[in-house]
Design a protein around this ligand. Structure first.
Ligand SMILES: [Zn+2]
Length: 186
């Protein structure tokens, strides 16, 4: 039988574990840590930005601010941060993963492959992490995080945290990297 959030919370209280993060090469921090207390379940899921397409910040944006667009897809970038290149792929139409129009489904695979290759084309990108979380904005979007090559700590899931730990990429480098992605897609 499936466990409710209340049951999970009761079971987890006082039993949270501390993984050996200090042994992980990719762990960006030093010092003692302990798990934060698990807050009890909420009444309902917290609403996401642009829920139901209402006041969606993505739908309202003109093509001009995008790196690349076609009839059905648009590619944008989040604010400049520590990783050398990060872009977001989203369908033009407002939908979630589970409500994506049927005619777009066959395009998902080829689009992910295309954008990954375009981000990988940026000089000194070691690997591209392709992620979909979906807890922030309802408008479907995939993250493509280009992590720098040959930095043995900046790998895996924690590359997303290193994005906030590394100092911001210089603006001219960031702009050039985004231009490479756009040019490769074109
Ligand atoms: Zn939207």
């Amino acid at each position: 039988m499936a466990e409710t959030p209340e049951q999970l919370w009761e079971r987890a209280r006082g039993s949270l574990r501390m993984p050996p993060v200090h042994e992980w090469r990719s762990w960006p921090f030093e010092g003692d840590l302990r798990p934060r207390e698990l807050e009890p379940p909420g009444e309902r899921e917290r609403p996401r930005a642009g829920e139901g397409g209402v006041d969606c910040s993505r739908c309202g944006q003109p093509d001009e601010i995008y790196l690349w667009t076609n009839e059905r897809w648009r590619l944008t970038a989040p604010p400049r941060n520590g990783l050398p290149v990060v872009v977001l792929l989203e369908p033009r139409v407002h939908c979630d993963f589970g409500s994506i129009p049927e005619e777009l489904v066959p395009e998902i695979g080829p689009m992910l492959v295309r954008v990954e290759a375009a981000v990988r084309a940026v000089l000194h990108v070691g690997r591209v992490h392709v992620c979909r979380w979906g807890d922030g904005s309802e408008h479907l979007h995939w993250w493509f995080m280009g992590r720098p090559e040959r930095l043995p700590q900046v790998i895996g899931t924690l590359a997303a945290i290193w994005d906030d730990v590394l100092p911001p990429t210089p603006e001219d480098v960031w702009e050039e990297n985004l231009a490479t992605v756009a040019a490769t897609l074109r």
